[in-house]
Design a protein around this ligand. Structure first.
Ligand SMILES: CC(C)(COP(=O)(O)OP(=O)(O)OC[C@H]1O[C@@H](n2cnc3c(N)ncnc32)[C@H](O)[C@@H]1OP(=O)(O)O)[C@@H](O)C(=O)NCCC(=O)NCCS
Length: 323
């Protein structure tokens, strides 16, 4: 019997959430894990660009996945891309081709919907996805050290970011990715979605365990640099950041301001999927390693040539954009 692909809603969604919760709960309770998903779908970007699908065998959920409708700038052209996340097969069905079948059907649908590429992050050995013609995109994670300013934090106006800053952030993002061969094309709704997603995760976590900061440097009533950072267990992940000035000095100073608030004996470890073209003078790259989750991509139509190999320095992909 051929399995059927259905939208994961109602009891199917509850089954998918029950199945995937042990693996991807991020420390949330089961109830908050469900709330986090539903809340993402209520955002303007999420409601139009995100859903979850399941391959079902009658009443049983075999496999499931998240689908994102992304916009990618690739070699100077904007492409609609299917983003695939959270591919999961119920343990009782593993090794029977469920995941492969679901992926094949998602790729088929994507072609008919006009998407030109598919992308995913592999948390498993990439061979499984390579057999489906996905190729890895090199992506580096940096551990960053900030030169701490002696004599106090730099004097500049730093405040919490909000709605009015989004258009400046989109401009900074676009300028940064203009020189890259591969970067997401980030709209205001998409940036808002990513920040909301991080805040939701912090807000739904046990109090005091996880925090999200969204800070901007303001000059002339405009955000001229910004940073979104999640903080947990003494580790900071810079989710995304930008500076109107290509040298990034205000972004570096923003990090100095943040660190000046920290007690000096407890300096955080700072990590980021930082674009290699942006190294503020106050920053030192202490380590660079390939990201644990492997970004992979494939064209959806045969008539398109395979991608020429990409180098990590040609890719801009913030941790905030991880899906
Ligand atoms: C990975 C997963 C989705 C595969 O689902 P499935 O329906 O069993 O997959 P299929 O039957 O279509 O294909 C089986 C193939 O998956 C691959 N595979 C399964 N688990 C794997 C793993 N942990 N690492 C690498 N490859 C794996 C193997 O190549 C396997 O081939 P084999 O049966 O010849 O050994 C499933 O094992 C799962 O849900 N794992 C937990 C969640 C997860 O890690 N998801 C991947 C996120 S990127």
């Amino acid at each position: 019997m051929r399995y059927e692909v259905v939208a994961a809603t109602g009891p199917v969604l509850e089954q998918v959430l029950d199945d995937t919760f042990p693996l991807w709960n991020d420390g949330l309770s089961r109830q908050n894990y469900g709330r986090q998903w539903v809340a993402q779908l209520k955002t303007p970007w999420g409601s139009a660009h995100l859903d979850r699908v399941a391959l079902v065998d009658g009443p049983h959920v075999v496999s499931s996945a998240k689908r994102y409708d992304l916009s990618l700038r690739l070699d100077g052209r904007i492409r609609r891309v299917l983003g695939i996340g959270a591919v999961f097969t119920a343990p009782a069905y593993r090794g029977r081709g469920g995941a492969r079948e679901l992926l094949a059907r998602l790729l088929e649908t994507a072609v008919t919907e006009g998407q030109e590429f598919a992308m995913l992050f592999s948390e498993i050995a990439p061979a499984f996805y390579e057999r489906l013609d996905f190729v890895p995109v090199p992506l580096a994670e940096w551990t960053i050290e900030v030169d701490q300013k002696r004599g106090g934090a730099p004097a500049m106006l730093v405040r919490t970011g909000d709605e009015r800053d989004l258009h400046n952030i989109v401009e900074m993002s676009a300028a940064r990715s203009a020189g890259a061969r591969l970067a997401l094309d980030r709209s205001e709704d998409f940036v808002r979605f990513n920040i909301t997603r991080k805040r939701l995760l912090s807000g739904l976590s046990a109090p005091g365990t996880r925090d999200t900061e969204f800070l901007v440097v303001e000059e002339g009533h405009q955000a001229v640099a910004y940073l979104v950072c999640t903080q947990q267990d003494g580790r900071w992940v810079i989710e995304e950041a930008g500076d109107r000035d290509p040298a990034g000095a205000r972004l570096g100073a923003l990090l100095q301001v943040m660190l000046a608030r920290q007690p000096s004996e407890r300096l955080p470890e700072i990590r980021a999927w930082w674009p290699q073209s942006l190294v503020p003078p106050q920053l030192r790259v202490a380590a660079s390693t390939p990201t644990q989750e492997v970004l992979m991509i494939r064209p959806l139509k045969d008539r398109m040539l395979p991608l020429p190999p990409l180098a990590a320095e040609e890719v801009v992909f913030w941790h905030a954009d991880y899906f």
